[in-house]
Design a binder for this molecule. Sequence first.
Ligand SMILES: [Zn+2]
Length: 386
Amino acid sequence: MLEISLPKTIVVGERATEYLKRIEGKRALIITGKTVRRMGFADKVANYLKEAGVESEFFEVEPEPSVETIVRGAELARKYAPDLIVGLGGGSNMDAAKAIWVLYERPDLEVSSINPFIKLGLRRKAKLICIPTTSGSGSEVSWATVITSVTEERKLELANKELVPDIAIIDPEFPMAMPRSLVADTGFDALTHAIEAYVSPLSNDFSDAMALKAIQLIFKYLRRSYVTGDKEAREKMHIASMMAGIAFTNSEVGMVHAIGHVAGGAFHIPHGKLMGIILPYSIEYNSRVAMRKYAEIARAIGIETKTDDEAVKTLLENILQLRRELGIPSSLKEAGVSAEEFERKLEDVSNKTIRSVVLRGNPRTLNLEETKKLYTYIYEGRSVDF
Ligand SMILES: [Zn+2]
């Protein structure tokens, strides 16, 4: 049995945010970040809400929000008693909104107790609206929230189907403001969501359809979104990111995210950039068992070769080329991790990685030995040959 999860409402296109003028509610808690506020986006959202008779309060979170920030946000929520929680910004802000919402509705829970198998019983106090300003995380439609445990130097990979927002607003005005480096990083995050969802053993016809269309859009528009940043390209990438989010929520991500979440906590490299670094290695590693699915991806973006093997090789070359053009490093070494730090942390990151819950979504299993080897290859920039 497959239970498909989607927001009740997804509003897409120019002026989509004006949907808020018609929203029903009394008080909104807008979870956002410094940059988004400085750009005036948070005020814009608050003004539309005001037209609907909804008053607003803001709560700012840092990039890659910590458990402590979530706890503070939930305290504010309990005092303010909103009936709408709005996550506005990149993945960090929307993920924070989800976790704050959970603790607001369920003060008896801790952040780390969110998991796919628990009944949360959300929506007794508030609805969740997510409005992405970057085109990568897919958090506006996803069941996932990633929160950083500073003390453990690790990211908590939390997910629950009840976390899929009620309303997602996909307004192309916001991603127009992204600087190029963010277009590159977030674009590779979206691409990784779609590819991992497609090759996952948990994939299905529904997630496959979302993943393939997202991949097609990304190959068609990511380069343009980076180079010229025109409106059509940025809008298409915003849609692709949302579709990739739906894909992995109804399938799963895999080893790129497992490694990326651990490496992100250990080496402090932004999530999207890490996805770009790790994705090609995962294709080399996984194609031994998932060759046919990678070949289907290759054919979906117009690669015409006779054998699956050639198709996957060409797909990989295409991704490496795109990664170079978008200025994403090809290895952890190139990303600035020192050999000393890498050696010192290798054992720990490998151990944490094999315990990652998202590995159940990877087509090929990883044991400790192979994981260490993979890390070394990703550090040095060597092609995976095992
Ligand atoms: Zn991601």
